[in-house]
Design a protein around this ligand. Structure first.
Ligand SMILES: *Cc1c(COP(=O)(O)O)cnc(C)c1O
Length: 447
């Protein structure tokens, strides 16, 4: 295994208060140029990113515990991504794969088919965003099954296009005022061990969800059941053991397509190539995006050949889908994950997070639960002595961290969850430094 290379010193360093004067000036310009509907978590503007460091325009170096929402797993300027992108972009930026095909698109398909669960024959189609991948998975499932209904879950996040807004659970900010939404989307309860009745098993949670489907939709009408094997925006909810296999079995028995939305949890993030592997589930279709291409926009659907090939020629595609530069980046990112053994590194990150935060999670009155897998770990904050969501604490802790140069993200239906999504290449001393700032912020907020 090769050593991880860094370009910037992997150190937290503050030269100004956060935000500094240059970021503040850019924020003023931004207000006049950029729609208020596009918000940013951090008040600083990026200058350069490498490994686990965000260097802002004022020269501050922040610890990156968010990876641009689980995207830059290999870092935001991984050498192999950069060099492959440079080579590709110098040859051609675009042909449109629907007009003139190129090899890298095919190579990404071959690689992703080999890495996703299931040894059956697979096909891949590439797109640009995660939402587009999810939309296309639904299109493919509908053509294959000649049915329409799509089953989704509480706390789900599947994107911001019209169909995927309908599939996403949370109204604010994702859906508020944007309707009407696509129909034939049915929502059922998720397995949420922290908030479900004590001791509810995965099988019981699956029965609770599927009995609603049977009564209100009818198994014979379901085209697809779409689920994140670990929910992302919803709060890193890991369903109880047995939940995913029960859904998968139900789909097989009812002729529905089982779709794992691995856009956030997939591609090494959760300590396996794909999070579905934890329970030996072999989804019919897998959607992927975020971590696949080292920050370049690329997404796709991969799955059983007979389902993927059910679509008529020309039925799938898009002008930019599988852009050649993004495909080159994906090949560089996948190679980087292998070279630097980042699947195992995600598990090492999990151990370090648990080592640094585990005792606090047990002792702090405002930490309800520490959960997640690999480099996808969250803390759910509650009001002391209860399970009532405590979004104020999550917000305050994120702000305290930011002041000290540690960039963390919040999420969750109730906004009460802090999620840790460090780049898988983060230097371990830097990670510990960031986690200690976070731990201290939790202690202060809970005191
Ligand atoms: C981010 C995300 C999406 C949407 O991806 P975009 O690239 O933002 O369109 C879909 N599903 C899951 C699970 C996600 O985390």
């Amino acid at each position: 295994m090769a050593d991880i290379e860094y370009r910037l010193p992997q150190k937290r360093e503050l030269k100004t208060s956060i935000p500094g004067p240059k970021s503040e000036a850019l924020t003023e310009r931004r207000k006049k140029a950029v729609s208020a509907g596009v918000a940013s978590s951090l008040p600083v503007f990026a200058d350069e990113l490498d490994g686990g460091v965000i260097r802002d325009v004022d020269g501050n170096q922040l610890v990156d515990l968010g990876s641009g929402i689980a995207v830059t797993s290999v870092g935001a300027s991984a050498p192999k991504v950069v060099s492959r992108v440079q080579d590709a972009v110098a040859k051609f930026t675009h042909t449109c794969f629907m007009v003139t095909p190129y090899e890298d698109y095919v190579s990404v398909g071959e690689k992703i088919a080999a890495l996703t669960p299931g040894s059956f024959e697979k096909r891949t189609a590439l797109f640009t965003s995660g939402s587009e991948a999810v939309e296309n998975a639904v299109k493919i499932a509908r053509v294959h099954t000649k049915r329409q209904a799509v089953v989704v879950f509480d706390h789900a996040y599947h994107g911001r296009t019209n169909l995927t807004m309908a599939m996403t659970a949370k109204v604010m900010p994702y859906k508020q005022g944007f309707g009407p939404f696509a129909n034939e989307v049915y929502r059922v309860p998720m397995s949420y061990p922290f908030r479900d009745p004590e001791g509810m098993t995965g099988e019981e949670a699956a029965r609770r969800a599927l009995s609603i489907v049977q009564k209100q939709v009818g198994g014979e009408n379901v085209a697809a059941v779409v689920i994140e094997p670990i929910q992302g925006e919803g709060g890193f909810i890991v369903p109880a053991e047995g939940f995913l296999p029960a859904l998968s079995t139900w789909c097989r028995d009812n002729g529905a397509v089982f779709v794992a939305d691995e856009v956030q949890a997939g591609v090494a993030r959760a300590g396996k190539w794909f999070a579905s592997e934890y329970e030996g589930v072999e989804p019919d279709l897998v959607t992927f995006a975020k971590g696949i291409a080292g920050g370049m926009p690329l997404s796709g659907v991969v799955g059983r050949a007979e389902i993927m090939d059910a679509v008529h020629g020309g039925g799938l595609g898009g002008t930019y889908g599988g852009n050649p530069v993004a495909c080159a980046a994906a090949l560089g990112a996948l190679e980087t994950i292998e070279d630097w053994n980042l699947v195992d590194r995600a598990l090492e990150i999990e151990s370090i997070i648990k080592e640094e935060l585990g005792s606090l999670a047990d002792s702090s009155p405002i930490v309800g639960e520490l959960r997640g897998r690999g480099a996808m770990i969250a803390l759910e904050f509650v009001k002391p002595g209860s399970k009532d969501p405590n979004p104020e604490a999550a917000k305050q802790i994120a702000a305290t961290c930011l002041e000290q140069g540690v960039a963390i993200l919040t999420c969750g239906t109730y906004g009460n969850i802090v999620r840790l999504l460090p780049p898988l290449v983060i230097d371990f001393d830097l990670l510990r430094d960031g986690l200690r700032v976070f731990a201290k912020a939790i202690e202060e907020a809970g005191a």
